[in-house]
Design a protein around this ligand. Structure first.
Ligand code: TXA
Ligand code: MG
Length: 345
């Protein structure tokens, strides 16, 4: 199948809307990462999403809504009421935006989309192209990140082409994503909100809105519990080159490795290193991380070495993705880097 990349203008979005309404799939930009969209109400679209990504059917998809109105989603049957007050407050504060809420599934939400769960992940994206596309289609879209299963999420149209070229007819090009990491996923199924995937909306921001501290449930989990949020699988977001987390800031560069840094370092060799931000600004680093990992992966080096994530509001999300992308730790013994692989479960 030929994959065309069209700009996110009226003609491009019109065509994307037609493909979606006919049951086909389209990759489109959101503020977080590119999504692989299909009609949430159509069995063939849902099945195609799993097939194209190579994603296990036990890993549920996110429902993308045009309007930041949860009551309407309940009335329309996507989400089951009554809504907890926490859901209404979080949607009011953070939608449209990079926050996904886990709530009870309404009758209209297909069980194949939720991987058989009686819960549904919902989000209202802020990217204007995503909103225009949802408007054209006039119905919610199911959309996971537009990468092959277990690989790095794409943050521009070219990265989508590298992941899914030849498998989908159309990519809507809306430039580079402004957030660069997947949305924060918060479960509101229990009285205490639980962060299942950290992201741009931080625990501190959620706490400020709700007045209570959310639990963080992103540690690696036993296999039989994997369905709580299968994105919590130990290994995820992975480049093909083995990635190691450095235990200390990097001062010594080995040309066999590709080094990823959080701030500019004048000693770093430009061919085999990359800084994600000039000054350690984590918001900029998050935006650049996946592009940086793709570049590192394509550098042909033996391993990718990432220096420790500095503290800051985005640190939880960055550490979470990097830990999942990693195969182990790198330790500087005074003369060389020692690579210690973590045991996989
Ligand atoms: O930023 C994002 O959320 C992007 C853009 C495209 O919207 N989408 C995205 O989708 O990251 P995906 O499928 O790559 O990740 C969805 C995550 C997975 O970890 C999945 O397991 C979790 O949300 N999830 C979905 N439904 C769930 C449910 N009912 N309960 C728990 N976790 C759920
Ligand atoms: Mg994903």
């Amino acid at each position: 199948m030929e994959t065309r990349i069209l700009p996110a203008n009226k003609a491009g979005l019109d065509e994307a809307g037609q493909v979606l309404l006919a049951g086909g799939l389209v990759a489109f930009p959101t503020e977080t990462v590119y999504g692989l969209g299909g009609l949430a109400s159509r069995a063939e679209s849902i099945h195609a999403i799993f097939a194209v990504k190579g994603r296990p059917t036990t890993d549920p998809l996110i429902l993308h809504l045009l309007e930041p109105d949860l009551e309407k989603a309940v009335t329309e049957g996507w989400v089951a009421g009554p809504l907890p007050a926490s859901a209404i407050s979080l949607a009011e504060h953070f939608w449209p935006g990079p926050l996904t809420l886990i709530l009870p599934r309404g009758p209209k939400t297909r069980l194949d989309m939720t991987a058989g769960l009686e819960t549904v992940a919902v989000r209202c994206p802020a990217h204007p192209a995503a909103q225009k596309l949802l408007q054209k289609v006039g119905a919610p879209l199911a959309a996971p990140s537009a990468n092959r299963f277990g690989r790095i999420s794409p943050t521009d149209a070219e990265a989508v082409r590298q992941e899914l070229g030849g498998r989908i007819p159309l990519i809507v090009d809306g430039g580079h994503c402004s957030v660069g990491l997947e949305s924060t996923v918060v479960s509101l199924l229990n009285s205490t909100p639980e962060i299942l995937r950290p992201g741009a909306v931080t625990a501190a921001q959620i706490e400020r809105v709700l007045g209570s501290t959310p639990l963080l449930r992103t540690m690696s989990r036993p296999k039989d519990d994997a369905q709580i949020a299968p994105g919590q699988l130990d290994s995820h977001y992975s480049p093909q080159t083995p990635l190691y987390l450095c235990e200390t800031p990097v001062r010594d560069f080995d040309p066999e490795f590709f080094h990823i840094l959080f701030r500019k370092n004048s000693g770093a060799p430009p061919q085999t290193s990359l800084f994600l931000a000039e000054d350690g600004n984590l918001e900029s680093a998050a935006r650049e991380l996946y592009r940086g990992l793709r570049q590192a992966d394509q550098s042909g080096r033996k391993a990718i070495m990432v220096e420790p994530v500095p503290d800051g509001p985005w640190a939880d999300a960055l550490r979470d993705r990097l830990t999942r992308a990693s195969v182990g730790l790198a330790h500087w013994n005074g003369t060389s880097w020692k690579l210690v692989s973590r045991k996989r479960n």
